[in-house]
Design a protein around this ligand. Structure first.
Ligand code: FES
Ligand code: FES
Length: 197
């Protein structure tokens, strides 16, 4: 059963406010209606209106991919969307996951179990400052979910990991260990890689 969070935010100053949002589903919880300014980007909506501050604003120009979210599509597939330049209204009526939605939580909202990707990033010491990590977690998760639906040949593993992570910039330059962690998951999770013919 989907929990519901209803927030109506009063207008601030002279900023133009759009009509109430349609409902959207964030990390499994229905959110809305929420009144916000026209042109509000999704990352600002998350940070300022619903208290989900884990998504990172890096370049703000669609380059670094620190800000990506996961959009869950009706056909069961998932894809990354950059929240720095995608308006919050784009997500009306859609299902979205943020970095806060990966780990399992208890009834008090405390994290009780990390996702497989989060665990592997810790085991491989993949990140340093961690600023880019939410984006890498989302990118790796989308890749793993795609491989569950469409397993790949072993020879394609490196290429597919590179394709999935290549757009993500880590200013601490810790790329190697992110790649190691994702390779570890892909090669050791049953069903993601087909036997060669
Ligand atoms: S902050 Fe969105 S792509 Fe850099
Ligand atoms: S760990 Fe610091 S930016 Fe990637």
């Amino acid at each position: 059963m989907i929990a519901r969070l209803t927030v109506i935010v009063a207008p601030l100053g002279s900023r133009a406010f759009a009509a109430l949002f349609e409902e959207k589903v964030l990390n499994g919880a229905a959110v809305g209606p929420i009144q916000t300014p026209d042109g509000l980007m999704m990352i600002d909506f998350l940070h300022e209106y619903v208290g989900l501050t884990g998504s990172r604003l890096g370049c703000g120009q669609r380059v670094c991919h620190a800000c990506v979210l996961i959009l869950d599509k009706a056909d069961g597939s998932s894809e990354e969307v950059r929240s720095c330049t995608t308006g919050a209204h784009f997500f009306d009526g859609k299902k979205v996951r943020t970095i806060e939605g990966h780990a399992k939580r208890n009834e008090q909202g405390e994290v009780v179990e990390l996702s497989a990707v989060q665990r592997k990033f810790l085991e491989h010491f993949s990140f340093q400052c961690g600023y880019c990590t939410p984006g890498f977690v989302n990118a790796a998760t989308v890749l793993i979910e795609r491989l569950k639906r469409e397993p790949i040949a072993k020879e394609s593993v490196e290429r597919e990991i590179t394709k999935a992570l290549d757009n993500h910039i880590c200013r601490c330059t810790g790329y190697v260990r992110y790649y190691e962690a994702v390779r570890d998951i892909v090669l050791n999770t049953p069903g993601l890689v087909k036997e060669s013919v």
